[in-house]
Design a protein around this ligand. Structure first.
Ligand code: AMP
Length: 279
């Protein structure tokens, strides 16, 4: 595996495979890698000739009171994991190079970014879309691999790629979970003691709600109200949202149909967790 840091180096190592018409699969990550990230790398390995994984804690996507400074970072461990998952290139860009002095571009998809997580994280998705657009144009991959775990991010990035007409395929990878259902996340490391058990109730309750929505497709409001109650009873400190939405527009739906997405964000202690499931 080759480790590159500058965009010049990255372009150089990609020039030959690109000229040879090889496909390039790109996996963007913020590091603190776990099996969820590695599932993306492995999927890219299966489908593309060259696999690039990036590790970059994107400052633009953190709000002023969020965990940018304390976000877990362990470069050596992450590189070893990338290598084990058979990435060809690990790209570790610097913020200085991606956002040089004077950088003022904003790429935003307001109608998809202001809802759900966007309500409590108003600048988050513009930070994601600005950074990812810049990176996708620099790298020009054949495909980008994104996790369904961050469902809103996936929908927003599909819209960016479509609306800019970028010749890149966005490939979604299913959520990888712990044995008790908790979606793997770098932020799970923040869960202390009993919080870990409370966090797992999110998967359990979402699964129950999906079963109920399948049986009673018209009872969306009642099922969601029951879900909010169940989460609170399970010890969740706050339900940021629990909604059933259209999987492309993210608009709430009044009746459950196949392909709708049940999406949730909760707080357990000071940790914010998200998860989602398809009806
Ligand atoms: P992050 O490092 O949190 O920015 O995540 C990088 C990529 O990994 C995103 O596309 C995430 O959706 C994806 N990802 C994170 N956790 C999981 C998981 N548990 N299962 C599948 N993909 C994941």
């Amino acid at each position: 595996m080759i480790v590159v840091r500058t965009t010049a180096e990255l372009r150089k190592v990609l020039a030959e495979p690109r000229d040879q018409g090889k496909s390039i699969g790109y996996v963007p990550t913020m590091g603190a890698l776990h099996e969820g990230h590695l599932a993306l790398v492995r999927e890219a390995r299966k489908r593309d000739d060259v696999v690039v994984a990036s590790i970059f804690v994107n400052p633009l996507q953190f709000g002023p009171d969020e965990d940018f400074e304390t976000y877990p970072r362990d470069e050596d461990r992450d590189l070893a994991l990338c290598e084990k998952a058979e990435a060809d290139i690990a790209w570790l860009p610097t913020a200085e190079e991606l956002f040089p002095p004077g950088f003022g571009l904003i790429v935003a998809v307001p109608h998809l970014s202001g809802v759900l997580c966007g309500k409590s994280r108003p600048t988050h998705f513009a930070g994601v879309t600005t950074e990812m657009t810049r990176v996708l144009i620099l790298l020009a991959p054949t495909a980008v691999y994104l996790g369904e775990k961050d469902f809103q991010q996936l929908v927003v990035m599909k819209a960016v790629v479509r609306d800019l007409g970028l010749p890149i395929e966005v490939r979604a990878v299913p959520t990888v979970r712990e044995p008790d259902g908790l979606a793997l996340s770098s932020r799970n490391a923040y869960l202390a003691g009993a919080e870990r058990q409370t966090a797992a109730s999110l998967f359990r309750i979402l699964s129950q709600l999906i079963t109920r929505l399948r049986a009673e497709s018209g009872a969306v409001a009642a099922v969601l109200a029951e879900g909010r109650r169940a989460l609170t009873e399970a010890g969740v400190d706050r339900v940021d949202y629990l909604e059933l939405v259209d999987s492309e527009t993210l608009e709430p739906v009044g009746e459950a149909t196949c392909g709708n997405r049940l999406v949730a964000a909760i707080r357990v202690g000071s940790t914010r967790l998200i998860d989602n499931m398809e009806v």
